[in-house]
Ligand binder design. Sequence first.
Ligand code: GTP
Ligand code: MG
Length: 428
Amino acid sequence: MPPVEKEKTRAVGGNQVRSLDLSGHVGFDSLPDQLVTKSVQNGFTFNIMCIGETGLGKSTLMDSLFNTNFESSQSPHNLSVVKLKAHTYELQESNVKLKLTLCDTVGYGDQINKEDSFKAIVDYIDTQFENYLQEELKIKRSLSAYHDTRIHACVYFICPTGHGLKSLDLVCMKKLQSKVNIIPVIAKADTISKTELIKFKQRILAELNSNGVQIYHFPTDDTTVAETNQAMNAHIPFAVVGSTDFVKVGNKMARAREYPWGTVQGEWRSGTVIENENHCDFVKLREMLIRTNMEDLRDTTHTKHYELYRQARLEKMGFSDVGPDNKPVNFQETYETKRSEHLDEMQQKEDQMRQMFVQRVKEKETELKEAEKQLQQRFDKMKREHGEEKRRVEEERRQLEEEIAEFHRRKAAHMAGSGTLTLGKKKK
Ligand code: GTP
Ligand code: MG
């Protein structure tokens, strides 16, 4: 007789779910392995956005993080607006393929009026969400082949002033906090002293807190990484140093920054080995961003930030999970309601436009009539003036003719008078 299965019953979402014990190995415990194999075959995507003023060491840090040369070029610093520049690279480590997109903010903070600096960044992030949403809404979706360009991590480079955050930093981070995982870092941390750095970090955290800026914190709910992540959260914002130069440290070549000033020994040149945890937090950033929490960053982007965007967009389109009576509505109903609303709106707009057209025609007609009246008045006036002028000229002509006639008459009389006189003289 087969062993009797022990039955346990549990209610899940209103349904009764029974738990059964198996009498032998079936094999579905290999599901996680199948998932890993499939994911490795498909490869992964990871997208980083670097926000920071021109020349703060963004490209150098990316080269250092991925230990490669992304061959980026220097950005101009006289642009009138901030531009976003994205490049995608295929990387492979062991058998894991990573499609990495690095997005750079060109000209960030260079404008005299910095009010709109964040706009281009917000637009870029929203566009990537929108593209993904459009793909999701397609009838023939191909999300597995889709190149996901949503930003998973936004590394925000803080200028190493030692004073605090600039208003641009606060405004920008505040605008982005609900859209992306913000990881603030202190750039070129080798340019401030250790004691200054401690105070600087405290000041930055205090300013972020007092302005209610939400940054990304490494998750502490997974017990395997909770301790490390908790410890690392205490080091935020990471003070980072990047370098493309290598120097010999012991018997290994290491990325480091050498400085031109020497010490008392004259020959010895001081420097920062970026992978030395006593020198800076570069290793901490790499551990947290790439080795430990890459999947959490990807997951948070999809389940938190994209979800917010998607929800807002679908609500704007008129979709809703429940109707006014709090009952679930189906897609067909929503579509019909939205369609009739749209048709009503179109009809209203058409009526408005027709009324506006009639009104415009009336106005134009009145305008034309007024212009015609004025023209007629001017014509009449000119005609009157012309008639009077004509009469005046006629009168002058008549007077002139009379004067001419008078002149001729007088001339003739004069001629006649002088002729009589001559004849009379001769007779004498
Ligand atoms: P744009 O893309 O042109 O805005 O610059 P960027 O932010 O990518 O800076 P980039 O990495 O090109 O570095 C600019 C200069 O700063 C270079 O001369 C780097 O060598 C130097 N630099 C980069 N990282 C550091 C750092 O951590 N410390 C110091 N002191 N200099 C650095
Ligand atoms: Mg650069």
